[in-house]
Design a protein around this ligand. Sequence first.
Ligand SMILES: Nc1ncnc2c1ncn2[C@@H]1O[C@H](COP(=O)(O)OP(=O)(O)OP(=O)(O)O)[C@@H](O)[C@H]1O
Ligand SMILES: [Mg+2]
Length: 283
Amino acid sequence: MNFELQQVTRRFHGKTAVDQVTLTIPHGQMVGIIGRSGAGKSTLLRMINRLVDPSEGVIRFGDLDVSKLKGAALRRWQSDCAMIFQQFNLVPRLDVLTNVLLGRLNRRSTLSSVLGLFTREERILAIAALERLGIEQTALQAAGTLSGGQQQRVAIARALMQEPKMLLADEPIASLDPLNAKIVMDSLRDINEREGITVITNLHTLDTARSYCERIIGMAQGRVVFDGPPDALTAQAVSAIYGTGRDGVGIDESMTSTALPASAIAAQVGATPSAREGSMANA
Ligand SMILES: Nc1ncnc2c1ncn2[C@@H]1O[C@H](COP(=O)(O)OP(=O)(O)OP(=O)(O)O)[C@@H](O)[C@H]1O
Ligand SMILES: [Mg+2]
């Protein structure tokens, strides 16, 4: 089922944040959105799950007119396209398992949600989601005591509990060190490949978009200025997205990257699998 944006525009107090964006995203694609700060990336994602309403244009998922949804139908849609944020948006004082179970909220009655009456099946699903992300050993810890990378994996597990049709991620790795960034991006890719869920993620580093996304959308001043596979992202396309540097000097791709040199990542990654396996075996 295709997901479509037709001439979607959003203005804030006369300023245009997203300007007539038209896109078709086939089901199951892994899409990266890149662009400078203020280009409209977050506004675009927020319109997709209707945290922000478009000023103009139509958003469709198959036959469903997403831009017109209200009430229960809107809540169902918001549950169908789970969102992951840079700052994780967990409830820090609640334990990890409960945070993951909160992903079920939109599927249950308010009363049973308020009373915390999660079923045995839901708890089993939540543990399975944590296992999938390799953090089941943290289930009973307060979410706020986890590392950033672990917290983002909890947020992904919570998103999985929504059994979403799409996964939207707004700079999911911007607060993480390179090793945790890799673990989180690998998880998103794994979900995209194994569940076939469409993943649309804003990224502030070009190299991440290149290595993980089959399709890259470049935005500048609210408009789509590039849309294609990583191979097509030439230096010219990069400068159309990020603009040329001051003094007419072209942008250096490394300026858009926070990655460590490959050797440093290799050293860190080399140290990880055993650490992860060790903690899983102990769980
Ligand atoms: N709620 C709002 N009220 C007023 N202006 C807003 C609002 N949200 C976004 N904007 C403006 O819309 C433009 C696009 O913002 P947006 O957050 O979508 O950019 P972005 O590409 O996500 O940037 P960043 O990389 O810094 O996250 C900016 O000029 C921003 O100031
Ligand atoms: Mg943003």
